[in-house]
Design a protein around this ligand. Structure first.
Ligand code: OGA
Ligand code: NI
Length: 358
């Protein structure tokens, strides 16, 4: 109902009633201006959003195997990209399209079902998963422009029933997605083993635990003031991210933010801090962030492939020698997580869910 000057008293009452209901029903992001508590300080805001940034993160076709020169082409490409960018995208990865579109649509339904009341929109620390709406304080009292759900996924059969049970298909669909992600991550890690000259299966113990973190970034009235995720490094071994052909992810390269190109079927893979340590910095864990858009909704599913809590993380012996001494001291993964508050304010909750007690 639209306001009109000629409205009679009764119509006015109805108009106001509808407006109030609309306001109550609208979600936190359905506003014309960015609210004050979403505006980052000048230093934290995404600068140079308008300056041209190239989309040069390598895209690697996993269906190509041996090249004419006998080298395994994807292995070479993965190594090079991981050294230069810490990021690459994979296509022809073998994960059925339906598994991925089902996961995206069940997560869309999940976020759509969350409370529409901005004050009570947060349902934190539910058993087995953590849902946070944008109403969480993130940095100096400023909120991120996103909603997020996180849950542990290992061992799958023990945690699946602790995940959200609405929509009803959630557990089944996400479990099927994770089975595929597990296969793809093992395959990529085997290629990294080969590229680094490590023995097959070297990452078996350090890649056992999956943690899912899915994000919903609505359009934002002024992307120059907000951020979807602050610049960070992933505390994982590797991370596999599905971004459904949307933009917004940026990676730091030579002091500049560059865009990760939007390729609908691709997975974005990045090297986490643990693999940087194990590779003695041959592969790089690189800073990244998410910026918002005035017109595009971004949805993503990040799966962190993590070591189990009691794994010792240290540079692989064969990558350390007199010329290239070890750059890190050995540490248990759970100690690393503690020391670095690796999952921010949810570190304790995630640690408990992951049974990291140290
Ligand atoms: C992360 C991350 C990017 C995205 O969860 O660590 O970098 O697009 N996510 O959601
Ligand atoms: Ni990340």
């Amino acid at each position: 109902m639209k306001y009109a000057q000629s409205m009679r008293i009764g119509e006015w009452g109805e108009f106001l009633h509808i407006r109030m209901k609309e306001e109550k029903d609208s979600r936190w992001f359905e506003l014309e201006c960015v609210p004050k508590d979403y505006i980052f300080s000048k230093e934290d805001r995404p600068q140079n959003l308008d300056s041209p940034v190239c989309d040069s993160i390598p895209v690697i076709d996993l269906s190509i195997s041996k090249a004419a020169n006998g080298l395994n082409q994807p292995v070479e490409e993965i190594l090079k990209a991981s050294q230069e960018f810490g990021f690459f995208q994979v296509i022809n990865h073998g994960i059925p399209e339906k598994t991925v579109t089902d996961a995206m649509s069940v997560l869309k339904e999940f976020f759509d079902m969350q409370s529409k009341d901005t004050e009570t929109g947060t349902v934190p620390h539910k058993k087995g998963y953590i849902y946070t709406s944008s109403t969480d304080f993130v940095k100096d009292g400023v909120h991120l422009w996103r909603e997020n759900v996180k849950h542990p996924c290992h061992p799958l059969e023990e945690c699946v029933h602790l995940w959200p049970d609405k929509p009803t298909r959630y557990q089944e669909v996400i479990a099927a997605y994770l089975v595929e992600i597990q296969k793809l991550s093992s395959r990529i890690l085997e290629m990294i083993c080969e590229g680094l000259g490590l023995k097959q299966g070297y990452f078996k113990d350090t890649s056992e635990v999956q943690l899912l973190s899915s994000n919903f970034y609505p359009p934002c009235p002024d992307p120059s003031l907000t951020l979807g995720i602050l610049p960070h490094y992933d505390p994982s071994l590797i991370t596999l991210l599905y971004q459904g052909g949307s933009t917004g992810l940026q990676v730091m390269k030579d002091g500049q933010w560059i865009n990760v190109g939007a390729i609908p079927d691709a997975f974005v893979v990045n090297i986490g801090n643990q693999l940087e340590i194990i590779s003695n910095q041959k592969l790089k864990s690189v800073k990244h962030r998410v910026v918002t858009s005035t017109h595009e909704t971004r949805r993503s599913i990040a799966t962190f492939v993590n070591p189990s809590p009691d794994c010792i993380i240290e540079p692989a012996k064969i990558l350390v020698n007199e010329l290239e001494p070890s750059l890190y001291t050995a540490s248990l993964y759970k100690e690393y997580v503690h020391r670095n508050n690796a999952f921010g304010e949810y570190t304790a909750a995630i640690q408990n869910a992951l049974h990291i007690d140290g």
